[in-house]
Design a protein around this ligand. Structure first.
Ligand SMILES: [Zn+2]
Length: 148
């Protein structure tokens, strides 16, 4: 229910018919059905909706309990965490899963940042300016840090 409240702030709305009443159902076909987030079934049109649909978590095989610490780790690392480090912190996630999670989180963060425009006086504790790239990927040199 907490995820439903996070997704639909005031009340669930069916994406097809705008209905507000729903039932929670768990898939019985999945191997680990009890670990999965239940589906919401609209009582009017019977459309099934996942609480993760339309988000970066949709159809992810990585459980949401791994996504939450991943988002935290990506957001606090100023120089950019690598997929290898992220995978190591999440322990059971493979490199490619960590890489995919990292890219989805970065894309979501950049889309959210593009919404906001700085205005007026902006005070910074530190910032990164430029830097020399030695190729794409993890081998690139970190940008110069300019203290405030
Ligand atoms: Zn509906």
């Amino acid at each position: 229910m907490h995820l439903i409240q996070l997704r639909w702030k005031e009340r669930f709305r069916c994406p097809r018919c705008e209905g507000i009443e729903f039932m929670l159902v768990r898939s019985t076909r999945c191997r680990d059905a009890e670990k999965r987030v239940p589906l919401l079934v609209c009582k009017s049109c019977h459309r099934q909706t996942s609480v993760t649909s339309g988000t970066i978590f949709h159809k992810s095989k990585v459980p949401l309990t791994k996504w939450s610490p991943a988002a935290y780790l990506v957001s606090i690392d100023k120089c950019g965490i690598s997929a290898t480090t992220l995978g190591r912190h999440l322990s059971v996630v493979s490199y490619w899963s960590a890489w995919l999670m990292l890219n989805k989180l970065r894309k979501a963060m950049s889309e959210r940042n593009s919404i906001y425009k700085l205005d007026g006086d902006v005070h910074l504790a530190e910032f990164f300016l430029g830097g020399i790239s030695h190729g794409a990927g993890n081998g690139a040199a970190p940008p110069h840090v300019v203290p405030s």
